[in-house]
Design a protein around this ligand. Structure first.
Ligand SMILES: [Zn+2]
Length: 102
């Protein structure tokens, strides 16, 4: 029996189509009981789902560290003057970016 060639894009690994929700649930810890067991079993033997699970976990870790620490840091430490300076600078960057695009 011949299987199709397994192509994994390291920048955007995709799990098997029927495993997408299960792999996602496993990565955020919402999978429980039988579905968790089944997904772990499948991921062990499936390079596509293994790569996808790794990528999902990496993204979740990155989000959880970025999100809170950086946002809270800015909210707490910016005085109103610094905040408006920052907003002006971001507007200017945005305008320049649009200027170069059009
Ligand atoms: Zn799979």
């Amino acid at each position: 029996m011949k299987f199709g060639k397994t192509v994994i894009d390291p920048a955007n690994p995709q799990p098997c189509s029927h495993m997408r929700n299960l792999v996602s649930s496993l990565s955020d810890g919402s999978a429980g009981g039988l579905s968790s067991w089944y997904t772990r079993l499948h991921v062990k033997g499936c390079p596509k789902c293994g790569a996808a699970l790794e990528a999902y976990l990496a993204i979740r870790i990155e989000l959880s560290t970025l999100d809170l620490s950086e946002k809270t840091h800015i909210e707490i430490n910016l005085t109103p003057e610094r905040r408006s300076n920052l907003e002006l600078a971001m507007d200017r960057i945005e305008q320049e970016r649009q200027g170069t695009l059009t």
